[in-house]
Design a protein around this ligand. Structure first.
Ligand SMILES: Cc1cc2nc3c(=O)[nH]c(=O)nc-3n(C[C@H](O)[C@H](O)[C@H](O)COP(=O)(O)OP(=O)(O)OC[C@H]3O[C@@H](n4cnc5c(N)ncnc54)[C@H](O)[C@@H]3O)c2cc1C
Length: 404
C-alpha cells in the first residue's frame, strides 16, 4: 500500500521508519531541503527527547480521555524502545528529563536519516493542497507539474512555531475541506513580555520561581520552574509552560505573580526568627537562599537595611519582607509570538481523531501525528514524546486498518 507522509520532522520521520518496518511503501515529503530541522534545534542542541513523567495528565488538549487512550496504547517505555532500536539510546537527568546518550540533536537527525535509507524521500517539496479521491488522496505541490497520489496519508506537518526553522501553516484550509475543525492556533511555550519597570534592576537573573498567571486579578494558571529576567520580560520554562493561557488579543488584562522562593519560603521564614541567626545580617541570611541581585532588590523595595541584624527585626518587617519575596506582581504586555515559541496550541482537535489509530473520524484514510494535533506538553521533552508516540500509533494504526 502507498503511504504518503507530509512532514519529515520528529513525527514524520518516526512514522516513516515504523510504517516502512511494517512493510508499507512509504513516500515522505517535506518542504525543507533537509529533514528534521526543528528536531535538530531542540533542547538547545541537546535534544530533550522525552520525559520520565510523560503521561496524559501532563498535557493540554481538547480531549483528555482520548489522550489517555493514546498513552495506554503506546506506553512510554515503548517510545524509548523504538528510539533505541533506531540507534538512539537514551539517558535521564535527575529531574526525569530524557536525552539521547550523545546529547546531540544533530546526531539524532543523522541517525534517523540513516534509518530512512529505503524510504522514498522528497525534500524541497511544499504541499499546498490535499484533495480526496475515491481511492485515496492527491497531494498538490507548489510545482504544478508535480502531484503525488497515495492511498493513505499521515499528516505530520507540525505547527507554525519557529518559522525560521521552516515551519509552515498552509494546510489548515485543506484539512478543513477534508472535514475537520481547526481550533485557533496560538503560540505556546513562548517567553512572556512584561512591564520592564518593576524588574529592570534584575536583568540577567535566573532562578527557580513560582509563577501564577492572573487574568483580571483571578488566578488562571500556576507553575514552578526556572525563569530568566530580561529587558523585555520573562523567559524560561517557568513562564513558557503557561504562556498559552494568555489571549494574544488582550494581553494587557493579565498579570504575573512571581514567588522568588517557591520551595524555601517556609525555611526563610524560620531562619529569620531562629536564635542562631539573631546576630546575622539580613543581607547575609537572604543570600543563603536567593541570588544577590534579588536580595538587593527586596531590601530596596522593603526599605530594610542590608546590615540590620535578624534578631533586631520587628514582626511587621519580617512579614513585609516575606510578602515581598512571595508576591511580586508584574503586568503582562504580550507573548513573544510564533518566532520565539517552541510549540503551539490549537490545530486539529484530538476529539476528531480515533485515539487507538490516530485516524481521522471525519476522513477515513487520513491519519495525524505530532504538533498538528491539539496536544501541548510543558517544557521537558513532553512534546517530542508526543510526536513519537502519536507517530507510532498512526503508523501501526494504518497497518491495522489495512489488515482489518
Ligand atoms: C527551538 C525549539 C526547541 C525545542 N526543544 C524541544 C525539546 O528539547 N524537547 C521537546 O520535547 N520539544 C522541543 N521542541 C518542540 C518540538 O520540536 C516539536 O514539538 C516537535 O518537533 C513537533 O514535531 P512535528 O513532527 O509535529 O513537527 P516538526 O518537527 O515541526 O515537523 C513538521 C515538518 O513538516 C514540514 N511541513 C510543514 N508543512 C508542510 C507542507 N505544506 N509541505 C511539506 N512539508 C511541510 C516542515 O518543513 C517540517 O519539517 C522545541 C521546539 C523549538 C522550536
Amino acid at each position: 500500500m502507498q503511504i504518503g507522509i507530509i512532514g519529515a520532522g520528529a513525527s514524520g520521520l518516526c512514522a516513516a521508519i515504523q510504517s516502512k518496518q511494517l512493510g508499507m511503501d512509504v513516500h515522505l515529503l517535506d518542504a525543507n531541503a533537509s529533514p528534521g530541522r526543528k528536531l535538530g534545534a531542540t533542547g538547545s542542541g541537546r535534544c530533550n527527547i522525552s520525559n520520565q513523567q510523560a503521561a496524559a495528565m501532563q498535557y493540554f488538549t481538547d480531549d483528555q480521555n482520548a489522550l489517555q487512550k493514546c498513552f495506554a496504547k503506546i506506553p512510554s517505555v515503548q517510545v524509548l524502545t523504538f528510539l533505541e532500536a533506531c540507534g538512539i539510546p537514551t539517558t535521564a537527568s535527575q529531574d526525569g528529563w530524557i536525552y539521547p546518550q550523545s546529547y546531540s540533536a544533530a546526531n539524532v537527525v543523522d541517525i534517523l536519516m540513516d534509518d530512512l535509507k529505503h524510504i522514498d524521500l522528497h525534500t524541497s517539496t511544499l504541499i499546498t493542497e490535499i484533495t480526496r479521491t475515491t481511492d485515496g488522496f492527491i497531494l498538490h505541490s507548489a510545482n504544478p507539474a508535480l502531484q503525488y497520489r497515495c492511498e493513505k496519508l499521515i499528516l505530520a506537518c507540525g505547527s507554525p512555531a519557529n518559522p525560521q526553522l521552516g515551519s509552515r501553516a498552509i494546510l489548515y484550509d485543506s484539512i478543513t475541506r477534508l472535514g475537520h475543525t481547526i481550533l485557533p492556533v496560538r503560540p505556546a511555550l513562548s517567553p512572556i513580555e512584561t512591564d520592564p519597570a518593576p524588574f529592570h534592576k534584575l536583568q540577567g537573573v535566573r532562578l527557580d520561581a513560582g509563577v501564577e498567571l492572573r487574568h483580571e486579578n483571578k488566578p488562571v494558571a500556576q507553575n514552578i520552574g526556572n525563569i530568566i529576567i530580561t529587558q523585555w520580560g520573562l523567559n524560561g520554562p517557568g513562564v513558557m509552560d503557561i504562556s498559552h493561557w494568555i489571549d494574544p488579543g488582550k494581553p494587557d488584562s493579565y498579570q504575573l505573580k512571581i514567588d522568588f522562593a517557591p520551595r524555601c519560603g517556609g525555611e526563610i521564614e524560620r531562619a529569620l526568627s531562629a536564635a542562631k541567626n539573631a546576630g546575622r545580617s539580613l543581607q547575609a541570611l537572604l543570600k543563603a537562599y536567593l541570588p544577590a541581585k534579588v536580595v538587593d532588590f527586596l531590601l530596596r523595595q522593603t526599605r530594610l537595611e542590608a546590615h540590620l541584624h535578624c534578631g533586631d527585626m520587628h514582626q511587621s518587617q519580617k512579614e513585609g519582607l516575606l510578602h515581598a519575596i512571595r508576591n511580586q506582581i508584574v503586568a503582562v504586555r504580550g507573548v513573544r509570538g510564533f518566532k520565539f515559541a517552541q510549540a503551539s496550541t490549537g490545530g486539529v482537535p484530538l476529539g476528531e481523531i480515533h485515539p487507538a489509530t490516530m485516524q481521522s473520524k471525519r476522513c477515513p484514510g487520513l491519519f495525524f501525528a505530532g504538533e498538528i494535533v491539539n496536544v501541548l506538553g510543558p517544557c521537558g521533552g513532553f512534546n517530542l514524546h508526543w510526536a513519537f508516540l502519536s507517530a507510532l500509533i498512526a503508523a501501526n494504526g494504518l497497518v491495522e486498518k489495512e489488515r482489518d
